[in-house]
Design a protein around this ligand. Sequence first.
Ligand code: PSU
Ligand code: MN
Length: 334
Amino acid sequence: LADAGLAASRRTLRAVLRPGAVGAPYRGRVTYEISYGDEVADALRAGRPVVALESTIISHGLPRPDNLRVARQIEQQVRAGGAVPATIGMLAGRIVVGLDDAGVTELAERNDVAKLSVRDLAPAAAAGAHGATTVAATSAIAEAAGIGVFATGGLGGVHRQARDTWDESADLAALSRTSICVVSAGVKSILDVPATLERLETLGVTVLGYRTTRFPGFYLSDSGHPVDWRVDSAEQIAAVLAARRQQGVHRGAVLVTNPLPTDEQIDPELHDRVLHEALERLDAAGVTGHDVTPYLLSYLHEHTGGESLAVNVRIILRNAELAAAIAVASADAG
Ligand code: PSU
Ligand code: MN
């Protein structure tokens, strides 16, 4: 387990995982229950604000070596906002809610980290794999752990070729059945944005615009499409979450979309040119399935001269800040 980067401070809340048995065939005493970082476990018990963070962004969404630095910055941002960060991922088959720095480093630096959506969690655990969780998997785990707020960068959605490929991120279906508040900057225009919005509507995902009535396009402040509900403060978002609980109608996610200020968005001309190239290359390279999104993300990072990375980091930190404020406002509201 030392190799898995599990610090001694790590412990399971309810069950004991037999040391050395990770990845071994089920022999009656091995459990795959969620492990918690101490600080997260304490905060959850005490009802203090916690923000879930995904790890696919670290392993597959951002280039090395910036990914590790950014992963730490996101956690710091959540702390600065008065909440406890719970970065979620899998180490040697164990789901960990609240990875420590050694665990985050493993996921940032290893070459054998699997990208895990919800359906992958059980087989990856049984195989003793290291894995990074997507928005779909992170949401599902956060809900199971009793964490109500989750900060990410961009969401997965409907891909541009979906009419032929049926490639729609499992993030959307997961958000339709998972009770969680997700803060994102909308979706990247590597996706079919209007189709993604239609699917979010069909799937019953509540979409809020934070200080906007326009759905953000990640690098671009405005995707060109409207959002029905505008909210202007973390308290107002906490009120939406409280209303859902009290109404007893809270299956599915609340997606809070947090746009970049227009003077911070990526140069639209550079954006359109590189996006066009990336989509052409994707086609030519014959990339499919769960490799599509990482391929497009790394193409953008490599071909915008660092601009997309800088903007990406800015977006994530802003989302972490807002998520912490929502978690604090929700805890204050009881
Ligand atoms: N979009 C981004 N950055 C990301 C991702 C998506 O702008 O890092 C990651 C997230 O973890 C998301 C996943 O959940 O990719 C979606 O992958 P797919 O399209 O294969 O479902
Ligand atoms: Mn896909």
